[in-house]
Each structure stands twice: as structure tokens, then as C-alpha cells.
Design a protein around this ligand. Structure first.
Ligand code: NAD
Length: 293
């Protein structure tokens, strides 16, 4: 069993980005600048945003955190987004999801200038991705492609099962892996909450991407020998033995599945760090795109 080490791979990517940034600075080119908008005080969201800001510092990007209160109105948030769209120094920005109930998420995502949409969530960028045109790929699926590529996991002609059809992970993952691309050309099945006989389907899979958010859902009896496992899930599970009171659990029962797997991602330290590295990669791309303007 080979562990797909997302932490190490993400670090390698960050070093590569840092070298590019340093070169840009020497050449007098613009320093990439990422902004993150956080609304409210959700614990997990605060952790994610802080990690993103810290990652910017590590690679030499400028970063701005816009921290708004829980009771921010939709109008106020749209106003902030309009300012970020106009701000010439900001290359890309993200609005951390989920948003409080009074705000329509779709309206907010639609308001982001597609050229600054480094999360790749705007319909224009989703459309470009679907048509295999150059764009910002959503960071989590992009990170998975990168991990598979760097560990030379063959995807061409393989049976891939993606569990979960969310707009940010499962669906784009299924599209990307089915495309004619370096890491792609797979025969993809997209499974979801209405899928019948999931075990029969996963037992045929050469590669499984689990992105459903149910801790330890995929067990050893559901997979075949030699399978590659990508565990996207991150759920906080109560654990009194930890000082913070919880542990992070993936969607895969690691103990039983890892016995049969050829490659497997750990949680934490697998897909999570890759997601942040690819957000940085998208921000660098946004900055380079602006060089040409
Ligand atoms: P979501 O919660 O939006 O959707 C869950 C999906 O799982 C749905 O499409 C649903 O149909 C499917 N599903 C639910 N129960 C199922 C079942 N019994 N069988 C088959 N399919 C089922 O999903 P999301 O936002 O993609 O998040 C999934 C998990 O990935 C969560 O734990 C989330 O925290 C995590 N996540 C991690 C990263 C990362 O960077 N590592 C990024 C995004 C999300």
C-alpha cells in the first residue's frame, strides 16, 4: 500500500510556486494577491480561511482577509464583492462557503468576476471546464488530478467511481476524469444518495473518489484488491480523548480499506492540503493572465 501524501505533495507545489513568485518579484512583475471573504464565525470555515491566508504568506503572495459579521446582509456582501471585482491589486478572491441563511449562495457566486474566480465556481468557469477550455479548475478536483499525476496512478481506461455529486467536488471530478486529458480518459460512474447496489458498483472500481461527507462510509468489503482510494471527506467527529474535543474523519474506513488498496490518501494530510495548494496555483494563473492585459 502506497500512501498518497497530500501534505508532502502540496509542500512541493508551494515551493514551486514560491520560486515563480520570487522570480516575478526580481523581474519587477506584480506579486499575486489573493483575498478571502469570511462571513460569520463557523469554526471549520475560520480554520480553512486561516490556512489559506497562511499558505499565501508561505509562497510570498499578498493576502487580504475580509472578515464580516454573521448578520451581514446579502446586499452588503454583494457590495464587498463589487469592490473586490474593481480592485486592480486583487488577482483572485474566494468567498468561503457555507454562507449564513439570509444570503443566497448562488447570487453571490454569480457576482464574482469570472477572471478573479479562483475557486472556479462561476457558471462561466464551470462551462469552460466542462468544454475542456482553459479556466480555473475547482481546487479540490484539481488537487486530486495533481496527486494522481505526481504518483503516476494510471487513469486511462480505468473504472472510476465517484461517490457524491456536489457542485464543488463530485460532479466536476466525474467530468474531469472522463475527459481526454493527461489524467483522465477514465470510464466514470457518478454515484449518489439515490444509487442502488453501491457495493456492487464500488467492487468493480479501479479508482474510488469518496466525497459524500459520511465518516468511514466506504469499508473494506466494498472494494477490490489493488484499488486506488481518494478520500475527500472531512467530518468533525466528537472525540473526548482529544484536547479540542473532536477528530477529523474521512469518508473511508482506513483500517479495512487500506489492507486492499494499492494507493490511498490519508485524512488528514491527503486531499485537504492539495486543495489549498491548487487555490494558490489558480491565483498565480489569475495574476499571470492579468500580466497580458
Ligand atoms: P455535499 O455534502 O454537498 O454532498 C454530498 C453528496 O454525497 C451528495 O451528492 C449526495 O448525493 C451524496 N451522498 C449522500 N449520502 C450518500 C450515500 N449514502 N451514498 C452515496 N452518495 C451519498 O458534498 P461535498 O460538499 O462535496 O462534501 C463531501 C465531503 O468532502 C464533506 O465531508 C466535506 O467536508 C469534504 N470536503 C473536503 C474538501 C477538501 O479539501 N478535502 C473540499 C470540499 C469538501
Amino acid at each position: 500500500m502506497i500512501l498518497l501524501d497530500g501534505k508532502k505533495t502540496a509542500n512541493d507545489i508551494k515551493l514551486e510556486i514560491a520560486a515563480v513568485v520570487q522570480k516575478r518579484k526580481k523581474e519587477g512583475k506584480k506579486t499575486p494577491h489573493l483575498a478571502a471573504v469570511l462571513v460569520g464565525t463557523d469554526g471549520a470555515s475560520m480554520t480553512y480561511v486561516n490556512s489559506k491566508v497562511k499558505a499565501c504568506q508561505k509562497v510570498g503572495f499578498n493576502s487580504t482577509l475580509i472578515d464580516l459579521p454573521e448578520d451581514t446582509t446579502e446586499e452588503q456582501l454583494l457590495h464587498e464583492i463589487a469592490d473586490l471585482n474593481k480592485d486592480k491589486d486583487i488577482d483572485g478572491f474566494i468567498v468561503q462557503l457555507p454562507l449564513p441563511k439570509q444570503i443566497d449562495e448562488q447570487k453571490v457566486l454569480m457576482a464574482v468576476d469570472p477572471s478573479k474566480d479562483v475557486d472556479g465556481f462561476h457558471p462561466v468557469n464551470v462551462g469552460k471546464m466542462t468544454l475542456d477550455l482553459p479556466t480555473f479548475l475547482p481546487a479540490t478536483p484539481y488537487g486530486i488530478l495533481e496527486l494522481l499525476e505526481r504518483y503516476k496512478v494510471e487513469t486511462s481506461g480505468k473504472n472510476v467511481v465517484v461517490i457524491g455529486r456536489s457542485h464543488i467536488v463530485g460532479r466536476p471530478m466525474s467530468i474531469l476524469l472522463s475527459q481526454k486529458r493527461n489524467v483522465g480518459n477514465a470510464t466514470v460512474t457518478l454515484a449518489h444518495s439515490r444509487t442502488h447496489n453501491l457495493k456492487e458498483i464500488t467492487s468493480q472500481a479501479d479508482i474510488i473518489v469518496a466525497a459524500l461527507g459520511i465518516p468511514e462510509f466506504l469499508t473494506g468489503d466494498m472494494v477490490k484488491d489493488g484499488v486506488t482510494i481518494i478520500d475527500v471527506g472531512i467530518t468533525r467527529v466528537e472525540d473526548a480523548s482529544k484536547t479540542r474535543g473532536y477528530r477529523l474523519a474521512g469518508d473511508v474506513h482506513f483500517e479495512s480499506v487500506s489492507k486492499k488498496a494499492k494507493f490511498i490518501t490519508p485524512v488528514p494530510g491527503g486531499v485537504g492540503p492539495m486543495t489549498i495548494a491548487m487555490l494558490l496555483k489558480n491565483t498565480l494563473l489569475a495574476c499571470k493572465n492579468r500580466d497580458k492585459k
